[in-house]
Design a protein around this ligand. Sequence first.
Ligand code: ZN
Length: 446
Amino acid sequence: MISKTPLEDWILNKISSNGGMPHLTRSAIEAFQLEKIRETISYARSKSPFYKNLLAGFGSDPVIALKNLSMLPFTVSDDLKNHPLQFLCVSQSAVERCVTLHSSATTGPAKRIFFTKEDLDHTLDFFHHGMSTLVKAGDRVMILLPGDRPNSVGDLLSRALLRMNVESVIHGFVISPDKTVDAVLKHNITCIVGAPVQIFALFQSGNGRKHLKGRITKVLLTTDYVPKIISRVLESDFNCEVYSHYGMTEMGWGGGVECGVRCGHHMREADIFIEIIDPKTGQVLPDGEAGEVVITTLNRVGMPLIRYRTGDISRFLTKPCPCGTVLKRLDKIFFRMNSTVYLVSGEPFIIQLLDEKLFALPGVMDYKTELATRGDKDCLTITLSLRVNSNSNEICAAAMEKIMTIPQIESSKKRLFIEPIRCIEEIILSSGAQKRVLLDNRKEQL
Ligand SMILES: [Zn+2]
């Protein structure tokens, strides 16, 4: 039998401050969210020059029902790049941690996100209760995320695990699969947390296949969208339970985590309010329909965000979760809007289309790909990272055959040249620090 997500009791406790509520209901969650949204708007307007200006002319208390929130303007990524300090609601001395986020695709100013100690405590608390979905005292977790600095994501996760008597090793991103597998063995690791492709490459490496099956029983994939094929291979070939976490720095890193059903994220509904909007019209969409994820923070002190457009496309699942919770389920992220490139044929293209084909090939650990211009055509280059001693000729031929079955490539044939696929052995190509994209070098050549 599948246990109810531990996030339900956690959220009940947060909402029912005097313990007077016997169990959580949707109406109790929504009443709490409404109260917190009103507080956030009032607070942000009085402390943040950005929101004072953005929300001027919207009345003193514009959100008297949750549906009124949709009348307020959005906050976008460029706002965080262009005026980060104008979002700040506390003195700079009260900022415990500032995160600078560089975009992989563009140059120009970086986003800056500020957290106070109280903000970080909320994240720590979410990590604690979220991780209790999959680990318990006695488990040993390897964190393949940065954690050298105090209050970095790895440090917060490690501290959250200690609250449950779960020991962890902050390893950082995988650079050499052999060294990471050695560390897994040395520390008797039972659960790994990290970026999907990094973890996949680790398991698919020569030593990963030899040593990780039966040893690592739980995996939490985070920081980037999760290709379906990666979850499937880790579950079927390595008998791992594979959980997905959805979050981003703007959410305070943590957003939501799957329960034992492993079909959709239960979100920190007492900390973040989520809307799904039509990215073209900005209209709020009903549950079940896919659109852009928009967040409003409910208890942020340093830098609250109101209707922040994440650029991620997903939807709320409409059926109740089989775990029995009243919490909603946010589906896996389908894609990120800024990762879409348009081929000269006019077809939109995302790297996910290649992921589902290439990670299905035995021996493929990782790959990188880029688009360039050749005459009036696009030129697609793919480099595969293969497990040592793989039959590279056979795999490269199979890869070419597979990608030709992608409809967007099939219909672009006349305007698309695909270079013969190259391969290298046992190298991890996805850094983990950046979200993966199809590298588009065409702009520089124009
Ligand atoms: Zn559930």
